[in-house]
Design a protein around this ligand. Sequence first.
Ligand code: SF4
Ligand code: SF4
Length: 92
Amino acid sequence: MKNKKITLVTKPNTALNNKTGPWRNKKPETDYNICIGCSMCSKVCPENCIEMKENINYPGKIKPVTDYDYCKGCALCVKECPVKAIKMVNDF
Ligand code: SF4
Ligand code: SF4
């Protein structure tokens, strides 16, 4: 029998083409009133999909903004947040 060629890995630098959001059934939600803007969630996110930005409602403070196209719902950000500002909610 002839072997089929199967590609198991993607080429380098193609991560932005591989949206991981559809993997998710829960998504992280951040309570900005609890968040202290430490950036820990942004640093540990394996998809690098949390960007720290200034928020219009919190002048002079930076808050995390999640790009749900790439959030795979792993909850690592929830585990690492030092003030428990993030919780996972259903996302069916
Ligand atoms: S749930 Fe995982 S992929 Fe989604 S923002 Fe948090 S750390 Fe990143
Ligand atoms: S880890 Fe928690 S406190 Fe720090 S920026 Fe993220 S949500 Fe805010």
